[in-house]
Design a protein. Structure first.
Length: 229
């Protein structure tokens, strides 16, 4: 009877290791998607929308199921197998929670090209348009995003861009512009501030055209907040 018991224990240990690996597949795939995008193996749309938000999301819930099975297997010998169960449950639970939070934010219907003045959209400089490949979209308004009712100094406009995490690329008497590149997938948002007597307007537009919820609106609001007196 001893030999079958050792065989069964060995088989349970093997299953436990595979279940732990399954619980870690979602974050591993996200890392692969990020590095593949950053190194140019595929575009941001494939890396974020397909690999991360679709495939990795499915793997996260499958990983949570695998983690629960791992806990059941480890329950008979928690001293020796408890670490596998704990790692599986923590990793899988965190992955599902993050996807739930990010999923709510990414599904917010919003445009990638937004402005405080949809009737007369602030134009990007020729240098920015060249970096965007000459591509322009229709700029729309965001909820609670309005023009600043004063003429700000160019230095104030540049400071507002920097405070919002935007790298300033140019400052002129009646305008300032810059770009902000995302850390994970490198999504780039171009920002322009147009300064006129009694009014200052903001425009933010993503280059890649990947839907990530209201990120453009949030950046535009942050810039506008920095222009307030």
């Amino acid at each position: 009877m001893a030999e079958p018991t050792r065989t069964q224990a060995r088989a349970a240990d093997i299953r436990l290791r595979w279940l732990t690996l399954a619980a870690c597949l979602a974050p591993l795939l996200v890392l692969i998607a990020v590095f593949g995008t950053r190194f140019g193996l595929w575009n941001a749309s494939f890396g974020l929308e397909i690999l991360t938000l679709k495939v990795a999301r499915i793997l996260a819930f499958a990983g949570l199921a695998a983690a629960l099975v791992a806990v059941l297997i480890a329950f008979k010998d928690m001293r020796r197998r408890g670490l596998y169960a704990a790692v599986s449950l923590v990793v899988a639970g965190a992955a599902v929670a993050l996807f739930a939070v990010q999923g709510q934010r990414f599904t917010v219907p919003a445009a990638n090209d937004v402005t405080t003045d949809a009737a007369e959209t602030p134009a990007f400089s020729r240098a920015v348009l060249a970096m965007r490949g000459g591509r322009t979209e229709e700029s729309v308004a965001c909820p609670d995003l309005v023009s600043v009712p004063r003429q700000v100094a160019p230095e104030t406009a540049a400071a507002a861009l920097e405070a919002a995490g935007v790298t300033v690329r140019g400052v002129a008497p009646f305008r300032a512009d810059g770009a902000k590149e995302g850390f994970w997938f490198g999504l780039t948002y171009d920002a322009a501030i147009r300064i006129r007597p009694g009014r200052t307007d903001v425009r933010v537009a993503q280059r890649e055209g990947v839907k990530v919820g209201d990120e453009a609106c949030r950046l535009a609001r942050a810039i506008t907040a920095g222009l307030q007196p």
